[in-house]
Design a protein. Structure first.
Lengths: 81, 434
């Protein structure tokens, strides 16, 4: 069993396997909406490889992070919008 | 082999961009030929999209062989880093790395920037849960559990079968695989596989893994529906229309070469791909290109092109030449495959007036229809001006309206203003020596 990493998604504690991307961690909690488009539509990832920018979330206070390209780190605080 | 110390300011003989099969093969070949090599990739691990997750995730023999050669080679690997600009004349790329941006100079540059999925707009395609086929697979390989989730796989090409098989292995209930190409052309292509036993075995293995999953030809998703997220898709096959309930739709209509960096540097394009000569050299004599940025052709072709580029970039045209036969054979196979899965005209009729085409700036189909070119659409509607910089809507509008995306400008990706002014050199400790 891979090592489990503890992170927070929208203030809720979540355990995911080491090596998991932030995007996969968010989806695994059942949260499909990552951000709001400029006209207020709900959006989630489509490309999974850092191209589309639909999976942007705030990580440790830093906005506009592409969550599909960033592996989880212990204690990470993730916020969708 | 030990990695030699990087020279004064960290500038390698050969700089390789992209660590998928083509980039890995190019970097390993150049390094084994004695060159100092720096390999840059925007992902956390080497492997590109096809071998995403690196050697831990991909143990099939071909991937394992290349990862093993890569591990021992003495290549300097800069992960999580993307090229944001470059000046061909001074042989310099500006790279945004986790510790900030830096300039890397090179003698020869090998671009192995790969491809992305081609997404076509249809009503509801912006709903969370609608993803690329490779996109959903990439998320699964990055740790997304799919147990008990209903997935519809749709689009075109053999990737759909591979994705369907992998998603099922990951525990998903794959409801349907919808291939837009008609049965006759797919069957003709499959017959052609008889001459290629390895490909035939691969195809047979996928079919076996998919045994109970309906695989329909001439079939596509017309609309995706749901309140705030995907709940169901409406499918068409001929005159028959029906609805499938699903949690995810994995939809891709093929692949599209990533040529932005090559175009920015001034390499000539041939259609949608970078133009290269037999030695994989671009129109700039010190820039080589390998893999899917030169045309969609799969991992086998990418590896061959990468090896050729690695030899060419280190002044060994004769060793490169020995691989031409195999490469040209792989290219012929690729062009047969691409011809078999050509996109049908009905897909152009899917977007409705209010269907968004540019997802960054939320520009609808109706607004774009009034424009005469991608450039005009950018000026009038902001289509293609958002963070993805036209990487999604550019190829879509090319399919829908025949537009060309012809204005590549730095930075290639949105970056912090700070990153535009590099204030440091590459340091030993930020490189993974492999």
């Amino acid at each position: 069993m891979p090592k489990q990493i503890a992170i927070e998604i929208n203030g809720k504690a979540v355990q995911v396997a080491e090596g998991t991307s932030v995007a996969a961690a968010i989806l695994s909690t059942g949260q499909m909406v990552f951000r709001s488009s400029i006209t207020g539509e709900p959006r989630g990832p489509i490309c999974g490889m850092g191209i589309c920018f639909e999976c942007r979330v705030t990580i440790d206070g830093r906005p506009q992070c592409r969550s599909c390209q960033i592996p989880v780190r212990p204690g990470m605080m993730v916020a969708t919008t | 082999m030990m990695a030699p110390p990087i020279n004064d300011a960290g500038h390698p003989d050969v700089l390789v961009v992209g660590a998928g099969p083509a980039g890995l093969a190019a970097a390993v070949t150049a390094r084994e030929s004695g060159a100092q090599v720096v390999l840059v990739d925007d992902n956390p691990a080497a492997g590109g999209q096809i071998w995403r997750g690196g050697e831990r995730a991909h143990t099939e023999s071909r991937a394992a062989r290349w990862f093993a050669r890569f591990q021992g080679a003495g290549i300097r690997f800069l992960a999580n880093s993307q090229v944001i600009a470059g000046v061909a004349a001074s042989r310099t790329l500006l790279v945004e790395a986790p510790r900030g941006s830096l300039e890397i100079r090179f003698r020869s540059l090998i671009l192995a920037t790969g491809s992305r999925e081609l997404f076509l707009p249809f009503p509801g395609w912006t709903l969370p849960g609608v993803m690329g086929a490779g996109g959903l697979q990439a998320l699964v390989e990055s740790g997304l559990p799919l147990k008990g989730k209903r997935v519809v796989v749709a689009g075109s090409g053999p990737l759909l079968l591979a994705v369907g098989a992998n998603l099922r292995k990951a525990g998903a209930e794959v409801v349907l695989i919808a291939e837009q190409a008609p049965r006759a052309t797919v069957a003709r292509f499959a017959l052609g596989l008889l001459a290629r036993p390895s490909k035939l075995a691969q195809a047979a293995a996928f079919r076996l893994a998919l045994a109970a999953i309906p695989y329909r030809h001439g079939c596509w998703i017309e609309t995706a529906q749901g309140a705030g997220r995907l709940e169901r898709v409406r499918i068409r096959q001929g005159r028959r229309i029906w609805t499938e309930r699903c949690d995810y739709a994995a939809v891709a209509y093929g692949l599209y070469p990533n040529t932005e960096l090559a175009a920015l540097l001034g390499c000539r394009l041939d259609g949608v791909a970078v133009a290269v000569d037999e030695q994989q050299r671009s129109s700039l004599h010190y820039v080589y290109c390998a893999g899917e940025c030169t045309g969609i052709g799969g991992a086998e072709l990418s590896l061959l092109e990468g090896r050729i580029a690695g030899y060419s970039a280190t002044g060994q045209p004769d060793r490169a030449k020995r691989l031409f036969g195999k490469r040209n054979q792989a290219r012929r196979f690729a062009s047969r495959l691409n011809a078999a899965f050509v996109l049908r005209g009905e897909l152009r009729a899917l977007p409705q007036a209010d269907t968004l085409v540019c997802r960054c700036e939320d520009v609808a189909f109706a607004a774009l229809k009034r424009s005469s070119s991608f450039r005009a659409a950018k000026l009038h509607t902001r289509c293609g001006m958002g963070p993805c910089q036209g990487r999604v809507c550019g190829p879509a509008t090319e399919f829908l309206f025949g537009w060309k995306t012809d204005s590549i400008r730095p930075p290639l990706f949105p970056v912090c203003a700070r990153s535009l002014v590099p204030d440091r050199s590459l340091s030993e400790d930020e490189l993974t020596s492999v």
